[in-house]
Design a protein around this ligand. Structure first.
Ligand SMILES: Nc1ncnc2c1ncn2[C@@H]1O[C@H](COP(=O)(O)OP(=O)(O)OP(=O)(O)O)[C@@H](O)[C@H]1O
Length: 296
């Protein structure tokens, strides 16, 4: 595994307001890393620090083991799409930004980028003729100039129609498949859950939760249900040996378990006692539920 981003105890204050109070995490090559936090949590502040636009008050970070000035050429950043020039075409924009970033890029390579993001039919149109979604695609093409190792996408799908959002997610998966590392923010938690390999939640200046969805789900919150059919009155003393929570109806019983580890033993005991299991379900917490729980 190659560590692409290592953030160590970053703090950032604006005057007396402490926005980041010691943020530390690392991201490995090829990961899609979702970064989540309520409005004003400090996501953009951290992105500005990672892209060298702002300095941290204290703490440090490295990208591919390099300090920011050397790392800049390895970072692709999704731009503010309002800053595109209305009178320029997509090709003019990419040519300009490639030169600005001193990245040698042929016309064919830039055209390939525009094809990759789905702007093959709009290459020669001026940006003033672009829809919002087309501008976002141009923004992604700009972030991909020079095939950077580390790509930062701040809200890449906000305001996109469902089809364009799906295309954007596919692009992000392509980047990861291409061994590029993607740091992505979104307020669409369902999308972030589907897309990210790992997710970090920023709360009150700290990373309050970090990990895969499996790791983020609090084990004690697993709601596993075992449903059994009744052909006789259930022996409640027996059910109580299996779990503290169960519901008995006329025709069936539902047993509620908290831990995955208890499921096999419970099923074994029920089968041994000749109960007919007809359904086992596990309701997993969504990212939205985890986030709301973290924020409450
Ligand atoms: N230059 C600045 N001067 C003073 N305060 C600032 C400055 N930049 C950001 N802040 C404050 O820092 C906090 C974090 O802002 P930031 O833009 O990083 O949040 P965010 O998580 O990106 O929010 P959103 O989801 O709304 O984009 C906010 O309270 C904001 O007002």
């Amino acid at each position: 595994m190659t560590t692409v981003l290592e953030v160590r105890d970053i703090q950032k204050s604006f005057g007396k307001t402490e926005v980041l109070r010691g943020v530390s995490f690392s991201i490995e090559r090829g990961e899609i890393f979702g970064f989540l936090g309520r409005n004003g949590a400090g996501k953009s502040t951290l992105i500005h620090i990672l892209t060298g636009v702002k300095y941290p008050t204290s703490g440090s970070f490295q990208i591919l083991g390099l300090p920011i000035e050397e790392a800049k050429r390895h970072i692709g950043v999704f731009p503010d799409i309002d800053q595109f020039y209305n009178e320029w075409t997509a090709m003019q924009h990419l040519t300009f930004f490639a030169k600005l970033q001193k990245i040698p890029c042929s016309k064919a390579e830039l055209e390939a980028l525009l094809r990759q993001v789905g702007l093959q039919n709009e290459m020669k149109k001026k940006v003033k003729q672009y829809s919002f979604g087309m501008k976002k695609k141009l923004g992604v093409a700009q972030a991909l100039i020079g095939q950077p190792d580390f790509i930062i996408l701040d809200e890449p799908t906000s305001g996109l129609d469902p089809e364009s959002a799906i295309h954007m997610r596919q692009l992000i998966h392509q980047m990861a498949a291409n061994c590029q590392t993607v740091f992505v923010t979104s307020h669409n938690l369902n999308e972030l859950e589907k897309m990210s390999d790992r997710i970090a939640i920023l709360k009150e200046g700290h990373i309050s939760n970090i990990g895969t969805m499996e790791q983020l789900r609090n084990v004690s919150n697993y709601a596993i249900e075992i449903h059994i059919m009744l052909d006789r009155t259930p022996e409640e003393a027996f059910l109580q040996t299996l779990t503290t929570r169960y519901e008995v109806n006329d025709t069936n019983v539902t047993l509620f378990l908290q831990k995955k580890e208890d499921v096999a033993e419970c099923i074994r005991a029920l089968v041994f006692a000749n109960y007919a299991i007809y359904k086992v379900t596990q309701k997993e917490q969504t990212l939205e539920e985890i986030f709301l729980q973290t924020e409450s």
